[in-house]
Design a protein around this ligand. Structure first.
Ligand code: FAD
Length: 464
């Protein structure tokens, strides 16, 4: 009996899933598995933040619920554990006497460590991991350069790929008729809840996206075919307020609920049916950024997580002043544009791209704090946290990225007046500013700021 274990990680979908599709093709019986890795779900970053805070964990739990439902619809039952994948899957492989573990390969260090450890253990029992790809638009094998020669400048990368490299068609979801579930009786386990990770939702929390493949496909469908918002993306993408100014696909892409190749395929289908314009192109352009940061992450390895970034040096003046850092994190700096964005992040796990650029620049260039503190805080809070996109963008703003032209400074007041000209965004997240008019809302007096800058929450609440 040829049995295959399919290890789901950041590919929480049935469509365009190379590992799942190949396991079903090659094996007589298939067992899908998801392990809530305790090092992520209960772990802490170097500076002591939760590695994944409540918004992202709640989102992932929904993703797993949906994955389990979608697998069930094709006759497969998802095996679930909370633990260390290299131990849980190794034990399972012994118990069910599988032949292989199928998984989509991860490329960043922590994730690679886990797959390497599992691989070593499996070899001791004569089994191995079969790796697949599924994170990017482009298949690395199709690129005109080896990963180690990925251009350091985004524009050069884009020019080398966008016109010359074909994006492969996404694979269809497997059908029930293709699938044979495992015939051994097993304790499949239960999906944990937030409280299993010592977390709970907090007053004022707002859910911005529903987790899972089904919701991801529906979101894309809505953005393209239902509302046609995609036709205006180029003009709306820098907005701040609401859910419709950009695709809101990032969390789905980060956890692999939707495949970037599928998004591209749908974009092309949309353009063929409804016409193309700068906006429809620009969604693809942004997805190229995502591939670019992933390739840079592969090219430079761990350096993206280090102080000197891919440049190898950090030349800015910096400090680690936790009182100031805390004000930034809590949205209590007294600068409404910064605070509104940070309050949004804390309450939803999401922030617009424009907001992220501004708060990161403010943290690094104005507060002169160490960029790694900010990056780790984002890592903890963001529902769409992706190691390469997060650290790649922080590298960029801190001026430690591979591109020599990097080093972004944002003038917060002029950005606020440009992108939130009537102040509705800051008033939405800081209702205490409601009565201010547009001339003062971004630059309130000390008295007006005191309306919302409260006594400091002890930092211990936020750190271990
Ligand atoms: C400091 C900082 C940290 C960031 N951290 C992350 C992160 O951890 N995860 C993440 O997915 N994005 C990150 N971004 C990029 C970007 O802000 C988000 O992808 C975007 O805001 C998500 O909203 P959306 O899905 O509506 O994006 P859209 O504007 O609709 O873009 C479509 C997709 O393109 C990709 N994309 C867009 N901009 C970027 C970019 N600058 N870099 C990489 N990919 C991009 C995303 O996958 C996004 O879903 C970060 C940006 C900054 C400045």
């Amino acid at each position: 009996m040829v049995r295959g274990i399919v290890w789901f990680r950041n590919d929480l979908r049935l469509h365009d899933n190379e590992a799942l599709t190949d396991a079903i093709r090659t094996c007589e019986e298939v067992l899908p598995v998801y392990i809530f890795d305790i090092r992520i779900f209960r772990g802490y970053t170097k500076y002591g933040f939760r590695k994944a805070d409540r918004h992202r964990i709640a989102f992932i739990i929904e993703c797993i619920q949906n994955l389990s439902d979608n697998l069930k619809a094709i006759g497969l039952k998802l095996y679930i554990r909370v633990g260390k994948p290299e131990e849980e899957i190794y034990n399972l492989a012994q118990d069910v006497k599988s032949s292989w573990v199928f998984c989509n390969r991860e490329r960043t260090q922590e994730e690679v460590n886990v797959q390497d450890k599992l691989e070593d253990k499996l070899w001791t029992i004569g089994q191995e991991i079969r790796y697949y790809r599924g994170k990017m638009l482009y298949h690395t094998a199709d690129l005109p350069f080896p990963v180690t020669h990925t251009p350091d400048i985004f524009t050069n990368f884009r020019k080398e790929v966008e016109k010359f490299v074909k994006i492969r068609k996404p694979l269809p979801s497997p059908m029930a008729s293709d699938v044979r579930p495992i015939s051994i009786s097993l304790d499949f386990g239960e999906i944990p809840s937030l409280s299993d990770f010592n977390l709970s939702s907090e007053e004022g929390d707002i859910k911005v996206v529903e987790g899972g493949e089904s919701a991801a496909l529906a979101q894309l469908d809505k953005y393209l075919w239902e509302t046609h918002r995609v036709k205006d993306y180029f003009n709306t993408r820098n907005q701040l307020l609401g859910n419709e100014f950009s695709t809101r696909l990032s969390a789905y892409l980060a956890k692999g609920c939707i495949s970037p190749k599928y998004v591209y395929d749908e974009l092309k289908r949309y353009e063929a049916a409804e016409g193309s314009n700068k906006s429809t192109y620009w969604v693809f352009f942004e997805l190229l950024w995502r591939d670019f940061f992933r390739l840079i992450g592969k090219k430079y390895g761990n350096t993206i997580f280090q102080e000197g970034g891919t440049a190898g040096r950090y030349e800015k003046e910096f400090k680690e002043d936790w009182q100031q850092a805390e004000k930034w994190m809590l949205g209590q700096t007294g600068i409404p544009f910064i605070d509104a964005n940070m309050i949004e992040l804390n309450r939803t796990g999401f922030m617009s791209n424009r907001g992220r650029q501004n708060v990161a620049s403010f943290f690094i260039n104005d507060l002169k704090q160490h960029w790694l503190i900010g990056a780790e805080y984002f890592e903890s809070l963001l529902i769409d946290y992706d190691p390469c996109s997060n650290y790649g963008n922080w590298n960029y703003i801190a001026g430690v990225g591979a591109d020599p032209r990097e080093n972004r400074y944002f003038n917060i007041l002029s950005q606020a007046r440009k992108y939130d000209s009537d102040g509705s965004y800051v008033k939405h997240w800081i209702p205490q500013l409601q009565s201010l008019d547009t001339s003062t809302v971004h630059h309130p007096s000390v008295n007006q700021v005191e309306n919302y800058v409260e006594a400091m929450v002890p930092f211990e609440t936020w750190r271990r």
